[in-house]
Ligand binder design. Structure first.
Ligand code: GLA
Length: 754
């Protein structure tokens, strides 16, 4: 609900409030953003400047309450006495916007450009501010418990103005905070770093032309004493896939200024008379229930207001992807063999990755061309897709439409379509980007991709983009506007096509891309131990339904780490499950295990994909009120382990639950020369007998089953003993390094009646 009472704007969600006021000088003050409060209580949030601080520049001579530098604001000027970071820079011209009018509107106010924005039930406050020749509209949109902000600048005067920086949001928050950012690179995405916010500015910025894996646009501000389940935590993000910027800095007065927007690096936009510049939408969530409380709100927001309506709450298929198993080395028959195996394991969607077009036999050629490689696929995509569908699976395809290889038909014909500058082109992964600012380039992509989707009945697209841009500032922004135009024209008329975006893994994991497709490939790093970090850190700001999560081969391609298949499955369950390995190389017992994983995942898919996600001490939990699934992950084991307790979260204290283990099998070979623990024989670990036995014989690992009340399960259930070097026992958990366990907790109505 948004109301205007006694000069105060009250924006009230289910559990949050934002109070704003136009002060005596026409500046927009931020009285409060956080806990739910009443609009009438605005006075309680009024900061008093008293007799002021030394050196204050005053808006009204003699009035010590009029120092803009000490005000808690929701927008600010430059060169007018507020020396903190300014949200708007006009190439050296001061900015001093003052309140003109406001409107409270139902719903979302549509963007004028191609920028995507959150949709659905909402209310919007539009505050219009002016300075000579310019109008600035500030939009505050409230979706349940998430506030979004954006700004629109209009040149209503005669003289052109040059915009060198324009933020979407500025918030002066009272309090002491730590800022967590999520940084990294290829196969090393979303590593969490936390710094205290102090008087030096902390900047989270991307300048690669894209949101980037270097610095995910999402970040957190938390009070130092906040924990997973308690304390004040803010989550911030922006619905944008290009260069982003966010900064936090504390003032002498104890206000933390948080700005978010497009990166100002090399940004320079001339607004002629009548022209407009609009920013992407910044979003922010808040909770007093710690990191989990904030994540819960962000997850709900993304699942309901960001991802395309068609995919909201819609279960995602278990897929098989050809990349890690085949790379560029495949043909029609090999793909069909893989498809048959994938179907047999329970997969529902077969995805053909890179290498199906042009002269694409490695990554040096073919990008930009859409002609099917008939040497590999003599029956074309239609022929392959038809066979796959006849097996009872959907067919999906990889594209990298934004890029071009110099060795391609397209580049030979249209070298001018590449995004270049006056210097020699700089290649990355042997490719250039196409100039999506050009209409004919956008038309080429829209027409070719659309045609293939329709002709081959494709229901899934992996939209990849494998390089950084060299376009700077405004040019990079215009590219992104072009990209959004292309995505909208391809996918809006085909809402049923599941779009999974990808950029060398998680190089463009952002809310902008999620407006067009509901999931993103998190990382090319599928080692489950690495994925625990990647998926857990993504979970702060993105729901697990947005994670493409695949089981791949071990030893892993990027870490050479050997991990149990069970752990690879258990990690990938907490996302949109897929398999990406050469199924032809699997042992029969591995196939059986995968068949079991897929069946299990399908049974609980709704909970895994859309249940409430929780970060536990050494694992994760998802729950939907009736069912909870909890995984416990291990790193390196220690000898002589003590008792272990699993503390579940968020169950109903009064309800009774059935607690059980998702059964695991042990491979006999994992015992090596200690096979005498299991069998009364002495076998050579390198001998044929044990090697053969390892391929065929498995043993059950300890599985637990009991009934218990929700309160007891949250107090901590005592788990079965762990292997202690004294022998194998069916009632013991014989886990290895990097092992993991998964528990199923289901409401048991029968025991409640007893
Ligand atoms: C990128 C993607 C991979 C795969 C390859 C194909 O690296 O992240 O998943 O699609 O491209 O070239």
């Amino acid at each position: 609900m948004i109301e205007y009472k006694d000069g105060v704007f009250g924006l009230h969600g289910e559990e949050i409030s934002c109070l704003l006021r136009v002060n005596a000088y026409g500046l927009l003050e931020l009285l409060h953003f956080g806990e739910k409060v009443r609009t009438e209580d605005a006075e309680a949030f009024t900061l008093r400047q008293g007799i002021g601080w030394g050196e204050a520049v005053l808006l009204q001579e003699g009035n010590t309450e009029s120092c803009p530098d000490a005000m808690a604001l929701a927008w600010s000027g430059a060169g007018r006495g507020d020396y903190r970071e300014s949200p708007l820079e006009l190439g050296g011209i001061p900015t001093d916007f003052r309140y003109e009018s406001h409107e409270i509107l139902t719903g979302v106010v549509p963007m004028e450009s191609t920028l995507p924005q959150a949709q659905g039930e909402a209310e919007t406050l539009r505050v219009t501010m002016t300075q000579a020749g310019l109008t600035l509209e500030l939009y505050f949109t409230l979706f349940d418990d998430v506030l979004s902000r954006r700004a629109v600048l209009k040149n209503v005067g005669e003289t052109p103005v040059t915009v060198t920086k324009m933020m979407s949001s500025l918030m002066d928050l009272y309090g002491e905070y730590e800022m967590s950012t999520f940084d990294g690179g290829w196969i090393a995405e979303v590593r969490k770093h936390t710094l205290p916010v102090s008087e030096s500015r902390i900047v989270n910025e991307s300048t690669t032309g894209f949101s980037s894996h270097r610095h995910n646009p999402g970040f957190l501000l938390s009070e130092p004493e906040a924990t997973e389940d308690s304390g004040r935590v803010y989550g911030f993000n922006i619905i944008y896939s290009g260069d982003h910027y966010a900064a936090a800095q504390r003032s002498l007065q104890g206000l933390t200024r948080v700005v978010q927007g497009i990166s100002p690096a090399n940004f320079c936009k001339v607004l002629n008379s009548g022209e407009t510049l609009e920013t992407p939408e910044a979003v922010m969530a808040f909770s007093t229930d710690g990191f989990h409380g904030m994540s819960r709100k962000m997850h709900k927001f993304i699942n309901i207001h960001v991802i395309p309506a068609y995919w909201q709450g819609r279960e995602r298929p278990v897929l098989f992807n050809s990349w890690e198993g085949c790379m560029f080395d495949f043909n029609h028959n090999r793909l069909l063999r893989l498809a048959k195996d994938a179907k047999d394991l329970g997969c529902e969607l077969f995805v053909l990755d890179d290498g199906w077009f042009g002269e694409r036999n490695d990554d040096t050629a073919g990008l930009g061309d859409y002609t099917v490689n008939r040497k590999k696929l003599p029956h074309g995509l239609e022929g392959l897709a038809k066979k796959v569908r006849a097996m009872g699976m959907q067919f999906g395809l990889w594209f990298e439409p934004e890029a071009v290889n110099i060795n391609s038909e397209l580049y030979r014909k249209h070298p001018d379509w590449a995004l270049t500058d006056e210097f020699a082109p700089l290649l990355s992964r042997h490719e250039l980007l196409l100039d999506l600012r050009k209409e004919e380039v956008r038309d080429y992509i829209v027409w070719n991709v659309g045609k293939l989707l329709d002709e081959a009945g494709i229901t899934y697209v992996k939209w990849d983009m494998n390089r950084h841009s060299t376009a700077l500032g405004t040019k990079a922004h215009d590219y992104i506007l072009g990209l959004y135009d292309v995505l909208g024209r391809i996918f809006h008329p085909r809402p049923h096509v599941l779009l999974e975006s990808c950029s060398s893994g998680g190089n463009r994991f952002d809310l902008g891309m999620l407006c067009y497709g509901p999931q993103i490939w998190c990382s090319d790093n599928t080692d489950p131990i690495e994925r625990q970090v990647i998926q857990e850190n993504l979970s702060y700001l993105y729901p697990q339904s947005t994670f493409g999560a695949h089981v791949s081969a071990a030893p892993h391609a990027q870490t050479l780490r050997n991990t149990p298949l069970c752990t690879r499955g258990n990690v990938s369950f907490f996302g949109c499950l897929g398999y990406e390995l050469d199924l032809g190389q699997l042992l029969k017992l591995e196939k059986e295990e995968i068949r079991g994983q897929v069946a299990f995942y399908k049974q609980y898919r709704r909970v895994f994909q859309f249940g409430e996600f929780r970060r536990l001490k050494n694992g994760w939990q998802v729950s939907n009120g009736e069912t909870a699934l909890a995984a416990v992950f291990r790193g390196l084991l220690h000898a002589a382990p003590g008792y272990e307790v699993l503390r579940l979260k968020g169950l109903d204290r009064e309800k009774c639950y059935h607690f059980s283990t998702f059964a695991r099998k042990l491979r006999i070979g994992q015992f090596g020369s200690l096979v005498k623990h299991v069998a009364p024989v002495n076998l050579n670990p390198n001998g044929l007998i044990l090697r053969a036995a390892d391929r065929h014989i498995t043993m059950p690992d300890g599985a637990q089953e009991c009934r218990a009340g929700g309160a007891a399960l949250m107090a901590g259930i005592r788990l079965l003993p762990l292997f202690r070097g004294t022998g194998y026992d069916e009632n013991q958990r014989t886990l290895t390094d990097f092992g993991s366990e998964l528990f199923i907790i289901e409401e048991d109505k029968s025991c409640e009646n007893n």
